[in-house]
Ligand binder design. Structure first.
Ligand code: NAD
Length: 370
């Protein structure tokens, strides 16, 4: 089925441009063999935007991103920008996009491909077949809520403070994303907080439990304290399907879950906003978890798989193209059996660069699509 959807492509800096070029070959394949056409627009972000316009995100690129159906992002940053003023640093472009697009739901899957079981620091039996999703609230809680600051005290000491506040609507909107995700996956949801010691946690638990009762028919639901969740993630991570949690706990738990997979070049992510009232689809940005890897940029050796899997998430969550997302993910798993970039190389496989890895995935798509 043909479809015209608008993607804003922001390759960024360093290996961002290399892995995005590789991603275009996957998009071309879908156009050629699945008649899936995207309306693509490319823009500058990060250091590249600073070099061209003196700002890491121009108003025009921001407006185009907001007007698009989804943003496909590479990576930003580089040592040449380290001395820029805070507001001009490449990473500010990324943060401004997240903030202006109100992307409050951060999806971080942790999947262990059979071929990469040995890359994890955990025992193979603990991680083999792992496929979990951490959903982190991204716009509220202790990283944003007021009051926050550092104050001088009358006794001459200083006080640093943040507020972990959540309102009912903030909890409900991330809760709805969580229910939707669980519905699209294995139908199991664990909500994580510290209701035993934090008032924000008490409200979080009350609101999530009520939301599940009202809107979560068919979804198996439970609550868990964040400290226990951290322990369970390394003890028996396969017990989870979807975990939903606040900004602070999500930051910690998603990094912990990500490292169960053992490889930075393999980790995709999605950041979603509220669903559009007309289309029902959210504003969204998809990006690999890794950065611009200046140490290997320009050498043609970057692993493009986190970028491809971010694009697979775009197919699934922005365009309801689950079959194509499955095809791409299965092709990645197939390619990994024989072919690796240097960062995930193991004896017995053929080592290749970005182009070779891309070709291996495209060949696997050819085979699997037959
Ligand atoms: P990084 O993720 O860029 O690199 C860490 C290490 O992992 C490096 O050795 C790198 O070569 C390797 N690596 C990362 N991605 C890889 C891939 N796809 N294939 C093979 N190897 C890969 O983190 P860093 O070195 O701390 O940061 C470099 C720059 O990226 C900094 O300017 C930082 O601020 C920025 N950064 C950007 C983002 C983003 O754009 N979302 C995220 C993290 C860091």
């Amino acid at each position: 089925m043909a479809s015209n959807r608008k993607i804003m492509v922001l390759p960024g800096d360093g290996i961002g441009t290399e892995i995005m070029k590789a991603n275009m070959r996957i998009i071309d394949w879908l156009a050629k063999y699945r008649s899936i056409d995207f309306d693509m627009q490319e823009g500058l972000v990060g250091g590249a935007a600073y070099d061209a316009h003196g700002t890491p995100l121009s108003d025009e690129t921001l407006a185009d991103s907001i007007a698009s159906d989804a943003v496909l992002f590479g990576a930003v940053g580089g040592p040449e920008y380290d001395d820029l003023a805070f507001e001009l640093k490449p990473e500010r472009g990324l943060l401004a996009l997240r903030k202006e697009m109100d992307l409050f739901a951060n999806l971080r899957p942790a999947m262990v491909f059979p071929a990469l079981v040995d890359a994890s620091t955990l025992k193979p039996e603990v991680v083999s077949g792992l496929d979990i999703m951490i959903l982190r609230e991204l716009c509220g809680g202790s990283y944003f809520a007021e009051p926050r600051g550092i104050e001088d005290q009358p006794d001459g000491t200083r006080k640093g403070f943040d507020t972990n506040a959540y309102t009912t609507p903030e909890i409900e909107r991330i809760g709805r994303v969580a229910l939707d995700l669980a519905r699209k996956r294995d139908g199991r949801l664990v909500s994580v907080e510290k209701a035993n010691v934090m008032h924000s946690g008490v409200l979080w638990r009350e609101v999530m439990t009520a939301l599940h009762a009202a809107e979560g028919e068919g979804i198996e639901y439970s609550n868990m304290y964040a400290d226990n969740c951290a322990m369970q993630l390394v003890r028996n991570p396969k017990q989870f399907d979807v975990i939903v949690t606040d900004n602070l706990f999500g930051d910690l738990l998603s990094d912990c879950a990500a490292m169960l997979t053992g490889s930075l070049g393999m980790l995709p992510s999605a950041s979603l906003g509220a669903p559009d009232p007309e289309t029902g689809l959210p504003k969204a940005m998809y990006e690999p978890v890794h950065g611009s890897a200046p140490d290997i940029a320009g050498q043609g050796i970057a692993n493009p798989l986190a970028q491809f899997m971010s694009f697979a998430m775009m197919l699934r969550y922005s365009f309801n193209q689950g079959d194509e997302a499955d095809l791409l993910e299965n092709a990645v798993a197939t390619a990994l059996k024989t072919t690796r970039t240097g960062d995930i190389m193991t004896p017995g496989c053929t080592q290749t660069g970005t182009d070779g890895m891309t070709e291996a995935v495209l060949n696997a798509m050819d085979q699997l699509a037959r």
